[in-house]
Design a protein around this ligand. Structure first.
Ligand SMILES: [Mg+2]
Length: 285
């Protein structure tokens, strides 16, 4: 298993609760042990990702993909083969279509057509229509909030942290998700962007009126939420959660300004510990 740097507190034998040690733990073990102590200072700003960090979209895609697959299987084609093609084509289509809501249904149809062609089966426009229609159910449902997300945001807000929501994707779709999330009023700044380059993190931090070193980016994608934030001088909390193929990060990523947690509920404590660790070591950054 990939091992990541994670800050934990351990209660030493002499009972000195302030002792902190930085250690390398598998993500699944972060916060599985140790004692959390209150932080002396609050974080200044936190920039949250939306999809699969604060609300769960991937189960919606999984459900829609299963419905589209059922239409393909119904006409005698191989569901596993269709799904392998669909996942590949969907990532390829990001180049051309970005995060448009047309992309996922189109990828599902193209996978059906490629599979039919490969098997020498004539394409049936009615099957294509049914596959597209099944895939589109992903946009009819509102993604549920991740358990504990609202409480974590509120806890940070009560400590005086400035909060931003930075989500990428189709603008209208993301706007609807933000509006229906029920947590939009907890943020000082909300930005919907097509991509998350390092410059976007610098802009958000400037809008919040803090220095990059005093801001945290929190998200489930190493590629979109962690790497560009670190590049901009922020600190980062990676939440190990469901990511789709386009966001999947090959290999391991470690950085002394990143910590990893399993559950967004652990976020306030994780930041407290990291801030206290920084203070106790007199970090000059
Ligand atoms: Mg995400």
């Amino acid at each position: 298993m990939t091992r990541l740097t994670c800050l934990v507190t351990r209660q030493p034998e002499d009972g000195d609760m302030s002792t902190l040690e930085q250690t390398s733990l598998a993500p699944s073990r972060c916060y599985s042990e140790g004692v959390v102590t209150p932080a002396p200072t609050a974080p200044v700003a936190v920039v949250f990702d939306g999809d699969d960090t604060l609300w769960s979209t991937e189960p919606l895609y999984d459900r829609a993909r299963a419905a589209a697959r059922a239409e393909v299987v119904r006409v005698g084609l191989d569901g596993d083969a269709w799904e392998r093609i669909e996942r590949r084509v969907d990532v390829e289509n990001v180049q051309r279509l970005g995060f448009s809501t047309e992309r996922f249904p189109l990828s599902c149809v193209q996978a059906y057509e490629q599979l039919a062609d490969f098997g020498g089966v004539p394409r049936d426009p009615e099957v294509s229509r049914r596959v597209r229609s099944a895939a589109r159910i992903v946009f009819d449902q509102d993604p549920p909030l991740v358990p504990g997300a609202r409480e974590a945001i509120q806890a940070l807000r009560e400590r005086g942290a400035k909060l931003a929501l930075l989500t990428k994707g189709d603008h209208d779709l993301q706007e609807r998700r933000v509006e229906r999330s029920g947590i939009a009023d907890l943020f000082d700044v909300i930005r919907i962007v097509p991509e998350k380059p390092a410059s976007v993190f610098r802009e958000i931090v400037a809008l919040l009126g803090v220095k990059p070193k005093d801001a945290w980016s929190v998200g489930n994608s190493i590629r979109s939420d962690i790497v560009p934030a670190i590049e901009s001088g922020l600190r980062a909390v990676w939440i190990e959660a469901h990511v789709w193929e386009h966001e999947r990060f090959e290999g391991s990523f470690r950085h002394d300004r990143m910590i990893a947690i399993r559950d967004v509920s652990d976020l306030p404590e994780a930041i407290d510990i990291a801030v206290m660790h920084k203070s106790s070591h007199g970090a000059a950054d």
